[in-house]
Ligand binder design. Structure first.
Ligand code: ADP
Ligand code: MG
Length: 479
């Protein structure tokens, strides 16, 4: 992204909402869209005397995300209070990490039009969400919903390594895919499970020094992130060209107009009076516990994609589809383990299975057919016991009767492939007898009509004719 010799410099702060069973420091659960103020406790409201307790699931999720991103994991973690007043933060402070973020360093690799690019990470720390102020339900009052107060978040902060909106989009995609693989968040941006603040400045190309950054807060869709970056880049370049100074300010994105507007100007650094939370003991992670987590990480999307390409010889397209989610990738691996060939397994998953699931708006976890049973069906195709199209019919039956045996179904449905020459000869004779005109046309040179005869033979055999033998019999009769 360049405009009149300028480039954008961008760093992201991404909040990942964790899907732990209970909140970060209180024991109540949180679910999106529940009735207001029904998922609260003295701890998340910060009532006097309520004592927070750290949720081990949050520490584990942060560690696993950090390990997956190649971060250094800190063994000694303190919790800090970040003090500020806001109506949806009744405690008067947020419990977060300040000087001891659980993860430092690490990186994310994204694919760009000019090849892969590595984006550095600064840190990941654990914190909690605030409640929500609702301004558009009551014409006179601001309403407060504290359900979200105390919900665990991981904040992922990048180095200022990004240069345009496409890179930000690709980065968010990688993070979303990863948190889903690790099963620590649903990664749903529309429901606020992923939120992104964009820091952006501009500088003349070739200059090492960064310009003054502007922060655009709380973007809740990938498209908005991209549009906010595009808008800010143009606005800042125009301002610099007009001789104005860029102010360090916080802006908000107006999605209906596609512009950013000033929220507040940061004149001084905020003073949050951070100090170690006296109610929460520091958490100490043992090296063996950290290594245990590293060893139990699932194979990650990028490594998996590379393996499917290089070891299994699959196309980029197939590998991409198969590794998009862990469920599909695991099903694919299970098919291979049960003896299916890689390309055949890929075709089944990206074809009939994807179709079946899409029609029902389901994900593969809801497929009632275990990989071992599908592998048994695939084996029937490979041994020429059933044709490919017959197998698709059998698949549909098996999806509703997962216990059914594919071979018995093939027999019961009359779908066993007929390589029995005598039986096929009978059908071929019938077909040719019923189409004397077409036979004459074929014999006077319209060889393409073989397709019509084959179609008819397949129809009358209900898909069970062995296509090779049928073609041979037809040709022998006609030529
Ligand atoms: P602050 O103290 O204002 O929060 P940080 O140094 O913590 O600033 O950085 C916050 C985010 O802003 C990081 O993602 C970082 O990469 C990014 N950032 C820092 N300086 C710049 C800059 N000049 N232009 C663009 N992004 C920047
Ligand atoms: Mg900061």
């Amino acid at each position: 992204m360049t405009q009149q010799g300028y480039e954008a410099v961008i760093g992201l702060e991404v909040h990942v909402q964790l899907s732990t069973l209970s909140k970060a420091y209180g024991s109540e659960a949180y679910g999106y869209g529940e009735a207001a103020n029904t998922q609260i406790s003295p701890v998340s409201l910060g009532l006097p005397g309520a004592l927070p307790q750290a949720n081990w699931g949050v520490v584990r999720a942060a560690t696993r995300l950090g390990l997956a991103l190649g971060c250094r994991i800190r063994e000694y973690n303190e919790y800090a209070r970040k003090n500020y007043f806001y109506p949806d933060l009744t405690k008067g402070y947020q419990i977060t990490q300040h000087e001891t973020p659980i993860c430092n360093g690490g990186s994310v690799i994204i694919d760009t039009s000019t090849g892969p690019k590595t984006l550095g990470l600064t840190r990941i720390h654990m914190e909690e969400d605030t409640g929500k102020s609702i301004h558009d339900l009551d014409p006179f009052n601001t309403l407060l919903d504290f359900n979200r107060a105390g919900v665990p978040l991981l904040e992922v902060v990048t180095e200022p390594d990004l240069r345009n909106g496409e890179e930000a989009y690709a980065f968010l995609n990688e993070i979303r895919q990863l948190v889903r693989y690790l099963d620590i968040s649903d990664g749903n941006m529309e429901e606020g499970s992923l939120r992104c603040d964009v820091n952006i400045s501009v500088r003349p190309i070739g200059r090492a020094q960064f310009g003054t950054k502007v922060e655009v807060k709380n973007l809740n869709s990938f498209r908005h992130v991209q549009k906010a970056i595009d808008f800010e880049f143009k606005r800042q370049v125009a301002a610099v060209e007009a001789g104005e100074t860029i102010l360090q300010e916080t802006r908000t994105f107006d999605s209906s107009k596609g512009i950013t507007t000033v929220l507040r100007i940061k004149e001084d650094a905020n003073d949050y009076r951070y100090f170690t939370d006296p109610d929460l003991a520091p958490v100490r992670l043992s090296p063996s516990w950290i290594e245990g987590n590293r060893a139990s990480l699932p194979e990650l999307p990028r490594a998996r994609k590379a393996r499917y390409r290089s070891e299994l010889g699959l196309s980029d397209y197939d590998s991409e589809l198969l590794t998009d989610g862990l469920g599909v990738a695991a099903y694919f691996d299970a098919l291979l383990a049960a003896g299916a060939g890689a390309k055949t397994a890929a075709n089944w998953i990206n074809g009939p299975i994807a179709g079946w699931l899409n029609e029902r708006a389901l994900t593969i976890d809801a497929l009632p057919l275990p990989a071992s049973r599908l592998a048994a069906l695939i084996a029937l195709i490979e041994s020429s016991t059933v044709s490919h199209s017959a197998a698709q019919q059998i698949f549909l039956r098996m999806a509703s009767e997962p216990e059914a045996n594919p071979l018995q179904l093939a027999e019961a449905l009359g779908l066993m492939q007929q390589s029995d020459v005598q039986a096929l000869q009978g059908i071929v004779d019938e077909v040719l007898a019923d189409w004397p005109d077409k036979v004459a046309e074929y014999q006077s040179g319209k060889k393409g009509l073989i397709g019509l005869f084959m179609g008819e033979v397949m129809k009358r055999s209900r898909g069970s004719a062995d296509p090779k033998i049928a073609t041979e019999l037809l040709r022998r009769q006609l030529d």
